[in-house]
Design a protein. Structure first.
Length: 408
């Protein structure tokens, strides 16, 4: 009833939906607690051990919140933990990465014009880089550099720039930026899993045992939470970047990604200062706009243009150009799609191919076979029917071409 392309597309949609929902929950709670922490105020009537309090109004009522910097004198009867939002976000994101970029490595992950990798090599580099990212970051935080937050953040930024450049030398532009986002998100989620929650559990265990908790565990957890706070906005940008070829297809995509982290710092600095009631540094918005203009300028650099021939394609991709139905399918795509999906689109108002998908050569059409099948053969998503009508018999031929190549 359903072929693998349909099942895969819906699995991707379901995972993306789950990933977005859990990310909203994680980011929302993270931003809330950072804002709450910065807004705490001392008061003479606070209980012993309380660091500060905050009054808030929401949902028709008032909330009175007190924070104990280390721990209260006794273990409360009910304690709410905030961890599953982080875990679910990372797990759903990694599953999405595996479905799209590992199972579809020859289409999305590997670009022979960048580095001609075997699928297993590309996947190994991907997984290995995520593991390396956490180990390197954690080691740096625990080293003497971790004693100075400013110095630590500068070193971590250098690491991120190096990884941005490195990913751009190995993977396709789209995969490079997405992997930098995954690299950063892995650090963030591992902070919760390996540092913040375990430290909180140590404090809880001390309370239950009647011991006085060591304040160092709270300081360490606070440092990692602050890092997560400043990394959140760049990660969102990098995850959205795969929809915008101006970001990922530029020759300077690694530099664009590096500048995005600076924008994340400038934006969060404004809101963190506002929540801490230390002022509203509006100069940060001028810095943000200046960086964004620089990014826009870098995005106009020449796009990556491959000159692949069908003979250079991986076997799993080349088969789409080898079946008898391909010649007619190629002709249909050229006639209905290439005026927009071209290195230099001729459709009025278009300056770049939508989504960065160029459909001019046989190799390019073969690489985009699954997308063409889902967008134009199974559905009427493309081409826009009012602008470029595609007869049903042409859509039927595109279905026949894809199924002949996949044996479905």
């Amino acid at each position: 009833m359903f072929d693998l392309a349909v099942i895969g597309s819906w699995a991707e949609f379901a995972l993306r939906w789950l990933h977005v929902i859990t990310a909203i929950a994680w980011i929302g709670s993270s931003f809330y607690f950072i804002a709450l922490d910065l807004g705490l105020r001392k008061a003479p009537h606070l209980p012993k051990g309380a660091h500060g309090e905050e009054w808030q109004v929401h949902g028709g009522g008032f909330y009175h919140i007190q924070k104990y910097l280390v721990a209260p004198a006794q273990m409360p009867e009910h304690l709410t933990w905030f961890k599953w939002e982080s875990y679910a976000t990372w797990l759903s994101g990694f599953a999405l990465l595996a479905i799209m970029y590992y199972l579809g490595a020859e289409f999305y992950l590997i670009d022979p014009e960048v580095m001609d990798l075997a699928v297993w090599q590309a996947v190994a580099i991907s997984v290995g880089s995520l593991v390396f990212g956490w180990l390197a970051y954690d080691a740096i935080c625990k080293s003497r550099f971790g004693e100075d937050n400013t110095r630590l953040m500068l070193l971590l930024y250098v690491l991120l720039v190096i990884m941005a450049w490195g990913y751009a030398q190995v993977f396709s532009g789209r995969a490079a930026l997405l992997h930098l986002g995954a690299f950063t998100a892995t650090i963030m989620s591992a902070n919760v899993f390996a540092i913040i929650i375990p430290n909180q559990k140590i404090v809880v265990a001390d309370l239950i045992a009647g011991r006085t908790p060591d304040p160092k565990y709270g300081r360490i957890a606070k440092q990692r939470s602050t890092h997560n706070n400043y990394l959140t906005l760049p990660v969102i940008f990098l995850m959205l970047s795969n929809h915008y070829p101006l970001a990922f297809a530029s020759e300077w995509n690694w530099l664009i990604a590096s500048l995005v982290f600076l924008m994340g710092v400038s934006i969060r600095h404004y809101f963190n200062s506002m929540h801490a009631r230390t002022g509203q540094p509006t100069w940060t918005w001028a810095v943000t706009v200046a960086i964004f203009i620089a990014i826009m300028w870098l995005s106009t650099a020449p796009m990556r243009e491959g000159e692949e021939e069908v003979a250079d394609l991986p076997p799993a991709v080349a088969r789409f150009a080898e079946v008898a139905e391909f010649d007619e399918a190629y002709s249909i795509v050229l006639g209905r799609c290439s005026m927009c999906h071209a290195a230099e689109p001729v459709w009025p108002g278009l300056y770049w191919a939508p989504k960065g998908v160029v459909l001019e050569t046989e190799a390019q059409v073969a690489r985009a076979a699954r997308t063409i099948y889902l967008q134009s053969a199974l559905s009427h998503a493309m081409p826009p029917r009012r602008a470029i009508p595609m007869p049903e018999d042409e859509r039927a031929h595109l279905r026949a071409w894809y199924r002949a190549a996949t044996g479905s």
